[in-house]
Design a protein around this ligand. Structure first.
Ligand SMILES: NC(=O)c1ccc[n+]([C@@H]2O[C@H](COP(=O)([O-])OP(=O)(O)OC[C@H]3O[C@@H](n4cnc5c(N)ncnc54)[C@H](O)[C@@H]3O)[C@@H](O)[C@H]2O)c1
Length: 288
């Protein structure tokens, strides 16, 4: 470590067995990977999602495996629903140690074509969701005396590619939220640590699920064809992505090791180096 730098990595939760975790968007994909990893490590898990059928399937799977899990329907965009999730967690498990703000949606559309309703929906879920999570759960986790808050951002939280305006804005906001939070927690020697997950392509149903949840889906749109085609292309490329269960294991490892950055595809972060280089060299924006 360079002299004078302060980035302690010795603040991880040494033992998670018997601790309580809450995972939003936990009924599918990366969130489900976290739920499986946490339950496998002996944690009690509250799985929150909008999808009631998927929640029931997760409860069946994990209960059959001997895990102690509960489920809650929760729209993270609604503060009152996140408050109700916290109450349900305390009622069921008595305390809470770990929160993973993971629920997320995204629609690929050119900046100018994205409807304001879609902007609001994506930012409400992907940025306000984690803000609600931190606001409601941090005091409870601090009260428990030991814990961690992780939020799922994306490589899109580090480098902004085309077509993903609202998603990029929300995911950059998430990185800023978690970095600020971790520095604030360190500054006041809190027993709680924070981390941010920045995945590259992971094999999940995010494009399909986002098309289903999109508030403007029933309305004809001049850009409908372009956006639908781009969503299908993204969905197809994700099918070659990393297994979400592997991501769940990486998150568990980071929580116990006290790592802040969780990168599934660290080589992709090179585009960040190129961006900074170009910024210093000729002030240009790199192509992606
Ligand atoms: N799949 C990838 O390649 C990838 C890459 C980078 C980041 N991410 C991020 O990972 C997170 C998880 O996505 P995933 O890929 O596992 O997708 P997914 O669609 O498989 O899982 C997301 C879950 O969130 C739920 N959800 C959606 N809106 C919600 C809301 N308002 N409140 C509560 N739950 C809601 C969905 O029902 C779904 O179960 C997201 O934040 C996403 O942006 C995914």
């Amino acid at each position: 470590m360079d002299e004078g730098t302060e980035h302690s990595t010795d603040r991880g939760m040494s033992d998670v067995d018997g601790r309580v975790a809450v995972v939003t968007g936990g009924a599918s994909g990366i969130g489900l990977g976290m739920v499986r990893a946490f339950a496998g490590a002996g944690m009690q898990v509250m799985v929150a999602d909008l999808d009631t059928e998927a929640l029931a399937a997760v409860a069946d799977e994990l209960t059959a495996a001997g895990a102690d899990v509960a489920t809650a329907v929760c729209d993270v965009a609604e503060l009152e629903q996140v408050e109700a999730l916290a109450s349900a967690t305390i009622d069921r498990f008595g305390s809470v140690n770990v929160l993973c703000n993971n629920a997320g949606v995204g629609i690929p559309t050119r900046t100018n074509d994205l409807k304001l309703e879609d902007w609001r929906w994506i930012i409400d879920v992907d940025l306000w969701g984690p803000i609600h999570g931190v606001k409601v759960f941090l005091p409870l986790i601090e009260e428990a005396g030991e814990g961690h808050i992780n939020t799922t951002s994306s490589m899109a939280g580090l480098v902004a590619s085309g077509m993903m305006g609202a998603y990029n804005v929300a995911k950059h906001g998430v990185v800023a939220l978690m970095a600020t939070l971790e520095r604030d927690l360190r500054g006041r020697r809190s027993p709680v640590t924070a981390s941010v997950l920045c995945p590259g392509p992971i094999n999940t149903n995010i494009s399909r699920n986002s098309v289903t949840y999109r508030p403007t889906r029933a309305k004809p749109s001049a850009d409908g064809a372009t956006s639908g085609k781009a969503a299908a292309t993204i969905q197809a490329s994700l099918e070659r992505g990393m297994d979400p269960d592997e991501v769940g294991r990486l998150v568990l490892q980071a929580i116990t090791d006290g790592d802040f950055w969780i990168l599934t595809h660290p080589r992709w972060a090179k585009s960040l180096d190129r961006q900074i280089e170009a910024m210093n060299d000729d002030r240009s924006l790199t192509d992606l």
